[in-house]
Design a protein around this ligand. Sequence first.
Ligand code: ADP
Length: 388
Amino acid sequence: MCDIYRWEATAVVRVGVIGGGQLARMMIPAAVNLGIDLRVLAESDGMAAGLAATAVGDYRDADTVLAFAADVDVVTFDHEHVPQDVLSRLVDAGVAVHPGPDALLYAQDKLLMRQKLSDLGLPVPVWARVETEEELQAFLDANGGRAVVKTPRGGYDGKGVRVVSAATEATDWFTVLAENGAGDALLVEELVDFRRELAQLSARRPSGDLMLWPVVESIQRDGVCAEILAPAPGSAGRIADVAAQIATDVATGLGVTGVFAVELFETTDDRLLVNELAMRPHNSGHWTQDGSTTSQFEQHLRAVLDLPLGATGCCEPHTVMVNILGGPSDGALSDRYAAAMGVHPTAKIHNYGKDPRPGRKVGHVNASGRDLDVVAYEARAAAAVFQD
Ligand code: ADP
């Protein structure tokens, strides 16, 4: 048989992504470029990644997920919410799953994450597991009277995070816990006095290789990521080294595969503490699409397929990413393309194809260049065109 037929018989690699949000959507161009067959199990019709949706169904239903996985070479994720029993069924059926359930567990449950990171000796805020208002009040009394209470599971974009100065401010969450049955608890943490928030994005192959992008600054508004400055200003040297060491220890200690993000606090007394882990491409890495040699979406595909990882250097000294939150109240993002593109030709616009809604992440803008102020202005001004 001539070579061309052999190629046809073996070539196409299939990656299955569970979840049809914008992260799955942004894997599509990377998959197209690499000739990878990307398949998406979407929650419903009309999702952001609908272009690649080969199935629509409930990711909490093992039979649905197993049927989807039967046709792919590796399963990965757009979010971390697939239940552990469903993930176990996949692994038992011999499906390659990256990140695997044993690692993903720590991105699913903030209490388990805090315990594991503490066991590994990684720097985290002072924290405790609290099952009752009395235990929460005791933590408050011992930690300056204010603290951050978090629901261990299911939170995102600041939902499930609350600053309290009295245990009674979390009564509603304790009531829900009591209704769900014994054994559940809330996470309480010291209110960290931080100078800024950082994020260290990295990727790890199942065979072990790890690549790290430069650490970035993450500017949050109302618990939601608003902007990313890449690299984080003034981070070269010690901050970059410590962030890289933390991410390396997280990756090896937890056995993470694929792209993952470690969210960090830079404290006013110059320490880095781990806030959160995300085991998938992350909002703090959207800048890599236009600002790094390898985008996080391509890197994620390479990593989960155990292919050699791409270079993670910056194309320009600075890239700024600005989220488009909410979008126009009177139409689609594309209605404003002409206005944005005409005035900001250097801005790279990314549209998630989602209906505008207050506070919703519907797209982002990247701008890159030599001068941080100029780049930040371009990205902010272009993003502002899409918002009322
Ligand atoms: P989510 O899972 O919803 O993203 P996070 O745990 O990342 O929740 O918290 C959201 C935001 O709340 C953080 O980005 C940070 O601004 C603030 N925050 C979280 N934990 C603390 C803390 N211990 N001290 C001070 N601020 C915190």
